[in-house]
Design a binder for this molecule. Structure first.
Ligand code: ASP
Ligand code: MG
Length: 253
């Protein structure tokens, strides 16, 4: 039995049908006996839509209120996901950053995670529930909602995997993994099977969008094995791991 954190991005949960498909995919792994934590982004386009409304309200939107507003997209995703799981006959519970207790500093719209309380999630997992956590958000020690910066759900997933000592953190996206170059631009691009944290940091700093750079540094710091893979296929994607792990796998193969 493994503890697995799975993160699905906005395009993976962009419609009701897609959320149902994600729920079924998670249920499959749950049925195999794994403890499942599922981090979700807002439905695709939703965060941009919310930011657009804020910009039409105030020339420079108040950052605390901005966080109050843009954290709502993820709340919708996790609630619908938990309902989808229940509709399929399994049990789930959705949690906001505040309810987990994902504590951050006070830097609204680009907060950093300071600590994560594993107790409530573990209690729900012990009850046999699939636990879904809103990505991208946390709470200050004063109880104010913060967000982690655009693309921050990846960081939520890796941070939860580190805090709960998960066996793996799977980042589901609309491509099959990390490519040598952008597959959308250059069709001879080759998928990479294993990449080290440092090489991934370099790719991310060069603009590769498949995995957020802050999530990669967190994965490196806590040695969280990250598997970047496609939501829409079952193929193995790219493992982002320690240099030593790559050496071992090369020796074995
Ligand atoms: N919904 C947020 C964004 O669009 C966070 C994320 O998707 O990772 O940036
Ligand atoms: Mg992203």
């Amino acid at each position: 039995m493994a503890l697995i954190v799975q993160k699905f991005g906005g395009t993976s949960v962009g419609t009701i049908e897609k959320i149902k498909a994600v729920a079924n995919r998670v249920i499959e792994r749950h049925r195999e006996g794994n403890r499942m934590i599922v981090v979700l982004s807002a439905m695709s386009g939703e965060t941009d839509r919310l930011i657009g409304m804020a910009n039409s309200m105030q020339r420079i939107p108040d950052l605390r209120e901005m966080d109050m507003l843009i954290s709502s997209g993820e709340q919708v995703s996790v609630a619908l996901f938990a309902m989808a799981v229940k509709a399929a006959g399994y049990d789930a519970v959705s949690l906001l950053g505040d309810q987990v207790a994902i504590r951050t500093d006070h830097m609204h719209t680009r907060a950093r995670i300071a600590s994560i309380d594993a107790r409530r999630i573990n209690a729900h997992l012990d009850e046999g529930k699939i636990v879904t956590v809103a990505g991208f958000q946390g709470v200050t020690d004063q109880g104010d909602i913060t967000t982690l910066g655009r693309g921050g759900s990846d960081t939520t997933a890796v941070a939860l995997a580190a805090a709960l000592q998960a066996d793996a953190c799977e980042i589901f996206t609309d491509v099959e993994g990390v490519y040598t170059t952008d597959p959308g631009v250059y069709n001879k691009a080759r998928k990479i099977d294993y990449i080290s944290y440092d090489e991934m940091l370099e790719l991310a700093s060069l603009g590769a969008k498949v995995l957020d750079i802050r999530a990669v540094s967190m994965a490196k710091r806590f040695k969280v094995p990250v598997h970047v893979r496609s939501t829409f296929t079952n193929t193995i994607g790219t493992w982002v791991v320690d240099e030593e792990k790559i050496m071992e796998s090369m020796l074995v193969s």
